[in-house]
Design a protein around this ligand. Sequence first.
Ligand code: THU
Length: 160
Amino acid sequence: MEKRHIGFDILVHPDASGLADADKQLLQRARKALETAYAPYSGFKVGAAVLMDSGEVVIGNNQENASYPSGLCAERVAVFQAGARFPGEIIRSIAIVAKAPGKQLSAPAAPCGNCRQSIYEYEKKQGSPIRLLLQAAEGAVYECSSLSDLLPMGFDNSFL
Ligand code: THU
């Protein structure tokens, strides 16, 4: 076998202006969702909007807890809700928007490793890619055509 390289693959748009209307709208839904995040401890607000194949959009935002590890990120709140409401349906895209308290983020917040793993599970389950669109409150939009681009060499059920 030839030597080969496994890497991340992220397309960086300077801003949202060049995106398709559907993508702009999904980012808008995520941006709106972050406003109702329950983040009294970190003040860091994240919104996620999941676009189903049917066109339905499921939103989520981060839910914190006085016992910190009991809280959950926006991405998992959103995809778990999508999995519960629309079992067996395909997830097309997920937009994620984050806002830090008291500072302007220069780049989108990176989804944490647990969220990447959780979304990867759905990608493998449905057998088709889940696109990601990431943005801070405004500015550059990072696009991944598949969650796998953010989780190279991911762990899935083929190992079990
Ligand atoms: N958080 C998310 O909701 N998504 C991410 O991708 C990164 C972090 C949340 C978890 C916690 O409520 C706060 O942001 C600070 O870590």
